[in-house]
Design a protein around this ligand. Structure first.
Ligand code: 13P
Length: 287
């Protein structure tokens, strides 16, 4: 069932668990994530970066694929199709293409401009029945060309953006896209606690979910995180399983070169990663 992410995240925040956003790149990714969510009876958010949208030939293709897959695979758990780190123009394209949720990442604008653009997009998204995420304080690292310095968000700015009526808020708390460096200082729980205090019921979003230790994930959920984004970890498990298949020479045995066989270990590895994360986030059985 394709839905906006509003209700599933309100429920998650109230129930002290988090819903995973797993980024998709192609049909295999989408199929593995949807199948796992259904098997575990978990709500799920499919994240689409602007780069991945372009790769899949455009947002209309993505929306059509996801809607058809939900129907053909008999997916009954709540699924949100969400633009990840959307630009102002990208948000409008996804609203038009039939996404059920968008993120407007105005974190690189001065706060006044971030507020104005977010305010406008909240109105448009809500009028069309979509949920909307906004960002304050950039997420460190790089994801599909979106580069962030990784500074912690100012709780007062978080409140200003939350008050615009957004549905969930991404706030930088020392999190980074991609692998964490060895000298990473960890999440800033003081910042997270201060943001939660200012923003109350607002479900908070933790980007950069790859490689955050389980105890930090649990503490973040305790402090109001209700959505956790995972991208790199699925890429790493897909790549490792594919490498193993090829290095074992399996693509050269029988019909092992058949793309459906060649991509199967990677697709199974994504399912395993998504399952681990859903169990850790506590969303299993919460559909
Ligand atoms: P990772 O790639 O670090 O898992 O981060 C994903 C993310 O935050 C998507 O916005």
């Amino acid at each position: 069932m394709l839905v906006s992410a509003t209700e599933m995240l309100k429920k998650a925040k109230a129930g002290h668990y988090a819903v995973g956003q797993f980024n998709i790149n192609n049909l295999e990714w989408t199929k593995s994530i949807l199948a796992t969510a259904q098997e575990l009876n978990s709500p799920v958010i499919l994240g689409v970066s602007e780069g991945a949208g372009k790769y899949m030939t455009g947002y209309k293709t993505v929306a059509a694929m996801v809607k058809a897959m939900i129907e053909e695979m008999n997916i009954t758990v709540p699924v949100a199709l969400h633009l990840d780190h959307g630009s102002y123009e990208g948000c409008y394209k996804c609203i038009k293409a039939g996404f059920s949720s968008i993120m407007f990442d105005g974190s690189h604008y001065p706060i006044e401009e971030n507020v104005e653009k977010t305010r406008e997009l909240v109105k448009v998204a809500h009028a069309m029945g979509l949920s909307i995420e906004a960002e304050v304080g950039s997420i460190g690292g790089e994801e599909d060309g979106v580069v962030g310095a990784g500074e912690c968000a100012d709780p007062n700015e978080c409140k200003a953006i939350a008050d615009l009526g957004i549905d969930f808020l991404a706030a930088g708390i020392g999190n980074i896209h991609g692998k964490y460096p060895d000298n990473w200082q960890g999440l800033s729980f003081d910042t997270l606690a201060a943001i939660q205090e200012k923003t109350g019921e607002m479900p908070l979003v933790l980007h950069g979910g790859t490689g955050i230790p389980a105890d930090m994930i649990k503490k973040a959920i305790d402090l109001g995180v209700a959505k956790i984004n995972v991208n790199t970890e699925c890429q790493l498990s897909f790549a490792a399983a594919t490498r193993e298949y090829i290095e074992a020479g399996k693509d050269q045995q029988g019909k092992g070169f058949d793309p459906r066989k060649l991509l199967a270990p990677g697709a199974a590895a994504i399912k395993e990663t998504v399952k681990e994360k859903m169990e850790l986030f506590g969303s299993v059985g919460k559909a």
